[in-house]
Ligand binder design. Structure first.
Ligand SMILES: [Mn+2]
Length: 364
């Protein structure tokens, strides 16, 4: 049986409602989460291009600037750079808001409150494990690998034309959030959609190089410094490291440049859990947790006031780096000794592990 992207009844109804709202609007504001990355920006670019082709005036507002490695995706949107903005300056005139890759106002910083206060209709395309904010038209599929996949289904359901720039933007979304088709969220449908996007003009090799072979030297220097401080515990099942403010300063990097360090810890054979402690400028310590499946790290992050998914989560502690490490490590060790904690026990427990496992963990 060939696999085809599923447009379920509920999804078809959502798509029809979303299209009605879009049809009725002239000026549409797209928005995303803090530290917008490839899924966020790729989805925004693909939708911006679609809407502009339909004669809409489109603007994009993110809480923080589009990160440098993802600016090439911004360009695929085909709208002027001046239409992309960030922060909490007054919003451009709009009669519809579309949230992409986020369904939680808190994950948008102060911009969330600003958007929430706007009385216009709101649409949400997302794949995080959450429900749409009250009063929004929300398509949230936690089994989708990326928001790009959710958006692709919307385009399919509404008969939208997907040109090569849109295909590239959506492909980048999916490629990034699946970690290059490695993460658990990679399903048969994901690959089917990816194949279709290549057929429509997405260039796999070029996009893979842009996303995964594009690290700056300062980032590699930061990674080197972090790996020099790598520790392992619990018979090599837990790997952790840290980055101090001095390390950021010495390598001329900032907190976001430590994104991806946990990938290197997770690449070690036998490692089931990874933790990264980031000392933030005057804002305590950000703790990033990763798991290969079991034990789930989401609940632990929630207990510390953060959030995330079973495989990717994080939280911020208002304490010193030493204090954070001393506080958190015991609970990580405990997680590994809890009954059913081993990776083998995860077999058959796929539910809830669908959403993208990129850098986002819902905490910023
Ligand atoms: Mn995503």
């Amino acid at each position: 049986m060939p696999v085809t992207p599923q447009i379920t009844g509920g999804m078809a109804a959502f798509c029809a409602r979303a299209r009605e709202a879009i049809d009725a609007a002239e000026r549409i504001l797209l928005a995303g989460h803090i530290f917008p990355e490839a899924d966020s920006v790729g989805s925004q670019a693909a939708l911006a291009r679609h809407l502009a082709a339909r004669g809409k005036r489109v603007a994009v507002r993110n809480p923080t600037p589009v990160q440098e490695p993802y600016r090439f995706l911004q360009a695929l949107g085909g709208i002027p750079d001046a239409a992309w903005s960030h922060g909490t300056q007054p919003l451009p005139a709009h009669d519809l808001i579309v949230l992409l890759d986020v369904s939680d106002w808190d994950y948008m910083g102060a911009l969330g409150g600003l958007l929430q206060a706007s009385g216009v209709p709101k649409i949400v395309f997302d794949h995080h494990q959450s429900s749409p904010p009250a009063g929004t038209i929300g398509l949230i599929d936690p089994h989708a690998s990326a928001t790009g996949e959710v958006l692709y289904r919307y385009f399919l359901a509404t008969g939208a034309r997907i040109d090569s720039a849109m295909a590239a933007a959506l492909y980048a979304s999916i490629l990034f959030d699946t970690g290059g088709f490695r993460f658990r969220c990679t399903r048969d449908e994901t690959l089917l959609i990816a194949a279709e996007l290549i057929r429509r003009g997405a260039r796999h090799r070029e996009l893979a190089a842009e996303l995964f072979e594009n690290q700056s030297w300062p980032r590699i220097e930061l990674l080197t410094a972090a790996l020099q401080r790598l520790s392992d515990e619990s018979d090599g099942r837990l790997a952790w490291t840290y980055v101090t403010r001095e390390m950021f300063a010495e390598t001329r990097t900032t907190a976001v440049d430590a994104d991806g360090i946990t990938d290197h810890l997770m690449a070690i054979r036998g490692v089931e859990l990874a933790a990264l402690f980031r000392e933030l400028e005057g804002r305590g310590v950000k703790v990033t947790l990763r798991s290969k499946g079991k034990p789930a790290v989401g609940p632990l992050a929630e207990a510390w006031g953060g959030g995330g998914r079973p495989t990717a989560a994080g939280f911020t502690l208002r304490t010193t780096l030493k204090g954070a490490i001393a506080d958190v490590l015991p609970s990580l060790r405990e997680l590994l000794t809890a009954p059913g904690a081993t990776a083998a026990a995860a077999a058959g427990s796929e539910a809830g592990l669908g959403a993208g496992e990129g850098e986002q963990d819902g905490t910023g």
